[in-house]
Design a protein around this ligand. Structure first.
Ligand code: HPA
Length: 272
């Protein structure tokens, strides 16, 4: 993190606090193609405050198709529809600022969703996979540099980065969930088939271009994490045809109902 990170977080928190005093304990980050989930998760605007990223000091607008760019704060949950990616050329501080803001707003549990390529042979497009662990291949970490005074540790333990108890809860709500290890690449090119072979050999089941920076930062603040990937495509070289971002967004949208059911169930159980 850069030396001004805490100032940026506090300015962004102040922007949100000017709009709402709600303090939900749970937050959700919606990944590619999943922004529309918010419409079913937090119906209507009467019970929630919707803040556009443009209204939050320090945030910029997401520039990727399938990402909306709003923070919705309800009594029981805060939902970020749209995230910032390292592959957009943004500094890591920009990528993880939303998570630091959520933690500072009082969030104790973060549910991160994403679109991912399926490496494991028994995954199909449309599968939902609980992330059990990750491999950071982005070549950097958002935690390098000065430590944010709000984070508890210089060297966060990542042994159980994805909270086992939250995974048990998710499995109870949706027993068809699969599980797997997520590898984060910097992108923006999809992987080569040789890279997919490498990832498979080192133990990755899924591959994507997000989530890991956010999880590293969440853990550094002691926020519990649940990660859910949508397998939007078979990994490069597996389907016998090129990968296309439109497909990623479409498959993400097609599992909307199931994702809403899982997330709504999690919110109800975690806020109970
Ligand atoms: N690779 C990397 N990121 C992705 C993929 C993929 O195959 N699908 C969705 N995001």
């Amino acid at each position: 993190m850069q030396a001004d990170f805490r100032d940026r977080v506090e300015q962004a928190v102040a922007s949100v606090r000017r709009r709402t005093q709600r303090t939900p304990g749970v937050a959700i980050v919606l990944g590619s193609g999943l922004s529309d989930v918010i419409d079913d998760l937090v119906p209507g605007t009467a019970d929630a405050t919707i803040v556009g990223y443009g209204e939050i000091d320090g945030f910029s607008s997401p520039s990727v198709a399938g990402h909306r760019g709003t923070l919705t704060v309800a009594d029981d949950v805060a939902v970020m529809a749209g995230r910032f990616h390292f592959y957009e050329g943004r500094p890591m501080d920009d990528v993880v600022l939303p998570v630091a803001v959520l933690a500072s707003l009082g969030v104790r549990t973060l549910i991160v969703t994403n679109a991912a390529g399926g490496i494991r042979r028994d995954y199909q497009p449309g599968d939902l996979v609980l992330i059990t662990d990750h491999i950071n291949l982005m070549g950097t970490s958002p935690l390098t540099g000065p430590q944010d005074p709000a984070s508890s540790v210089r060297f966060p333990d990542m042994t159980e980065a994805y909270d086992p108890a939250l995974r048990v809860l998710a499995m109870e709500l949706d027993p068809e969930l699969k599980t797997g290890v997520y590898a984060a690449m910097s992108g923006p090119a999809y992987e080569t088939p040789a890279e997919i072979t490498m990832l498979e050999r080192i133990g990755a089941d899924l591959v994507g271009m997000s989530t890991v920076p956010e999880v590293l930062v969440a853990r550094s603040y002691g926020v519990g994490v649940l990660g859910v990937s949508t397998v939007t495509n078979l990994a490069a070289g597996r389907a016998g045809r090129p990968l296309d971002h439109r497909e990623v967004v479409e498959v993400g949208a097609s599992i909307r109902g199931r994702m809403v059911g899982l997330l709504a169930g999690l919110i109800a159980r975690l806020e109970a």
